[in-house]
Write a protein of this length. Sequence first.
Length: 162
Amino acid sequence: MIYEKIGAPLCSRLNNEYALLAAAKNDGSYNFMTVSWGGFGILWGKEVCFVFVRPERHTYSFCESTDIFTLSFFGDERHADLLKCGRVSGKSIDKAKEYGFEVSCENSTLKFGDAKLTLTLKKLYAQDISEECFFDRSLLSNYKNSGYHRMYVCELTCADKK
């Protein structure tokens, strides 16, 4: 099992370190964004990861065009760069070049040379978050200024740990 191989509390890493969610299109173009919301568990008998992307994010179209994503963790030394990647759109700058990320793409799988952990994810299911499904209405405060996320449920297919 991949979870046993990783041996790390992934939810706390996602919340505290953040990670880069990356996707590539068939034409070789790619984009990535910082994520800190998500989850890990077992669903449908598979090890899964839940990630959330708003439709207005540049990365959204990349996630929609492929079945493979990567989720990469870097550690504290790149935390400031991950924060910047979460604030700046890949439409306006080349984030890899601007922040010094070494990127490679093999078989539609985007990897970062200095990532300490890269999870390869296969998209299984997607659903849009909707206002009428909130039981705790106070959570709607997360959506004052922009649209609702799309939730992707992805199977963990590979973990590369350095």
